[in-house]
Write a protein that binds this ligand. Structure first.
Ligand SMILES: [Zn+2]
Length: 441
């Protein structure tokens, strides 16, 4: 069949364009690769000698306590990207957690752990402890009976609260809510801050919906004093107390200069409530004028409800990180979310990995590499699109890359002068903090 000559010219023209334009602008790609990132959220593991008892403090609610669940394909150990990342990490024979960061191009990793320890030290690893336990001082039997997932999780929170109280030398719950806040909540946050924490983390979405209302404080006081010494509150009663304590904890954290991280995405668990983790449910808390001194971070960017997250960034004290979402979504798809956010609130978007250990074939070191590579690819695609569409200059595209990968986190957590040695710098370009993280007993 003969093709009309005009069509032939058109076809040749299109294929030349396709050849000359790589999906990510090569100079931008090199620039993005050179930025030493600050990882907003991950679960690095302790560096333990062979034969030591296993590290169990990488999460307050380890998912292995849950009944078997289905994970998105890109989070499974048998996904080709995981296998490739695992192989690169193995081939490199990494000797310390800090070397794993170097390999993934990460300068600082915010470490969401119950406690820090061997190999996880400041300034490369900064601590983000858990605070859900402080919100759950009463018998949660009715709450925990709700689903097969929640059954095991509440007991873990009770254990953690006992540990926090034990650290303070408190054997039993005070009789009044105000005393509980004064002698347990505030001092625990203070200890965490002193222990090097830069933020605190709620993973409440595993336990309940994120609709933290603003209850009458007197009702919360009544529920607490009625059940502090025994008995099981009804679910509505307990919610009143939890909602009140969520706001107290967030307010106290803000006063101490600790950001508040909130797990917000549609997984994980077979009985997890995706609807209960809609970012919009947080709007009531974000609109609390008494919480404006608190900086909130929507961890995992509310994926896949990224438009809801976008709207919440208008609050002035709300940020979003891309941890885990950059693993779950393929880069091209995630680039769309990034581009949308960067057009409206470029100073609110934080890089993150959610590097976690899922078993021998799924190490946190490989997770860090996989997520960092995926995130850089997605960022490259988003910024290349903006550059080619004339939305940003090359200089602005590079600035946006620095903001997402590093500068926004540096500004949010006060890690040092934003932009200082942001590219091609030594891995220690963030100055040591005044309160270095140390292992917490
Ligand atoms: Zn996580």
């Amino acid at each position: 069949m003969r093709m009309p000559s005009r069509t032939i010219t058109l076809v040749i023209g299109l294929s030349l364009t396709a050849c000359s334009q790589r999906p990510v602008d090569p100079a931008l790609e090199r620039y993005i690769a050179s930025i030493k990132a600050v990882d907003d959220h991950a679960h690095p593991m302790l560096q333990l000698p062979p034969g030591a008892k296993p590290d169990t403090e990488y999460d307050a609610l380890p998912l292995d306590a849950l009944p078997p669940m289905t994970l998105p394909a890109r989070l499974r150990a048998d996904h080709p990207d995981w296998i490739a990342a695992q192989r690169s990490v193995k081939g490199r024979s990494i000797k310390s957690p800090a070397e794993a960061l170097d390999f993934a191009g990460i300068d600082v990793m915010l470490s969401n752990r119950v406690a820090m320890g061997a190999g996880l030290t400041s300034p490369r690893f900064l601590w983000v402890p858990f605070v859900d336990a402080l919100m759950l001082p009463l018998d949660g039997r009715l709450e925990s009976a709700r689903t097969p997932d929640t059954r095991s999780l509440y007991a873990l929170e009770t254990k953690l609260l006992h540990r926090y109280m034990n650290d303070l030398g408190i054997a039993k719950l005070p009789a009044s809510l105000d005393d509980y806040v004064k002698t347990v909540v505030t001092p625990t946050l203070g200890r965490q801050k002193k222990g090097g924490a830069v933020a605190v983390k709620f993973e409440a979405a595993y336990l309940r919906a994120l609709d933290f209302d603003d209850p009458d404080p007197n009702l919360a006081r009544l529920v607490y004093s009625r059940f502090a010494s025994g008995g099981t509150p009804g679910r509505a009663e307990y919610k009143t107390l939890e909602d009140y304590l969520f706001r107290v904890i967030a307010r106290e954290a803000g006063r101490l200069g600790l950001s508040v991280h909130i797990h917000c995405t549609d997984i994980a668990g077979s009985f997890y409530s995706a609807r209960g983790a809609d970012p919009y449910l947080l709007e009531s808390a974000f609109n609390d004028s008494t919480l404006r001194a608190t900086k909130f971070v929507i961890i995992h960017g509310g994926w896949p409800l990224v438009t809801h997250t976008l709207s919440l960034m208008a609050k002035g004290n709300v940020y979003a990180d891309i941890s885990m979402a950059d693993m779950v979504a393929e880069p091209r798809q995630f680039a769309n979310a990034l581009r949308m956010w960067l057009n409206e609130y470029p100073d609110r978007v934080l890089f993150g990995t959610d590097a976690f250990a899922g078993g021998p074939d799924q190490t946190w070191e490989a997770g860090a590499l996989l997520a960092a590579n995926s995130a850089r690819r997605a960022l490259g695609l988003a910024l290349t699109g903006m550059l080619r569409d004339g939305v940003v200059t090359r200089e602005r595209a590079e600035h946006l890359a620095r903001m997402v990968l590093r500068e926004n986190a540096v500004a949010l957590y006060g890690l040092g002068a934003a932009g200082a040695a942001a590219t091609g710098a030594s891995a220690r370009s963030v100055p040591e903090r005044s309160a270095p993280a140390r292992s917490v007993p």
